[in-house]
Design a protein around this ligand. Structure first.
Ligand code: 4NP
Length: 158
């Protein structure tokens, strides 16, 4: 089993979107028993909350259902359980590194490292902007998710 955790600040916009996009891709490839997918926030503001309506709507246009997801905060246990803790931006990455046990810090990466089409290293926070921000976030996440799946399949020979 390869375990992937997507991490943003609130766990209501970017990381649940990444979870939904990546899970769909994994399922399409018939790998849902091989790759475990989850998401979490660095902060506690939205524990128990469903994803932001704008994220739900933007994903639904691409036939991705986020409605069942609920916000949670990343914990120390996540560093043991997951193989990849993929931060949406540098701030999230720094936060994860500040709490990571030093022998597990190598699991923390920037998600956009896996993108082929985008040069940006960060998925921008769409929370304070309009609906178009969520569409661009989805474009970026879909591309990085494809790159991530290729990387996992090659690295783990699955
Ligand atoms: P996310 O977006 O990190 O992509 O889920 C945000 C959600 C909520 C807040 C900030 C960013 N907030 O400040 O409540």
């Amino acid at each position: 089993m390869v375990r992937v955790l997507f991490v943003c600040l609130g766990n209501i916009c970017r990381s649940p979107t990444a979870e939904g996009v990546f899970r769909k891709l994994v399922t399409e490839q018939g790998m849902e028993l091989t790759i475990d997918v989850d998401s979490a926030g660095t902060h506690a503001y939205h524990i128990g909350d469903p994803p932001d309506q704008r994220a739900v709507q933007a994903a639904a246009y691409r036939e991705i259902d986020l409605t069942h997801l609920r916000g949670r905060q990343a914990t120390l246990k996540d560093f043991d359980y997951f193989d990849y803790l993929l931060a949406m931006d540098e701030e999230n990455r720094r936060h994860l590194l500040s709490i990571a046990p030093s022998d597990l810090a190598h699991k923390v990466r920037l998600f956009m490292e896996f993108s082929n089409r985008f040069n940006e290293r960060e998925v921008p926070d769409p929370y304070w902007g309009g609906a178009s921000g969520f569409d661009r976030v989805l474009d970026m996440i879909e591309d990085a998710a494809r790159g991530l799946l290729e990387d996992i399949r090659a690295r783990h020979e699955i």
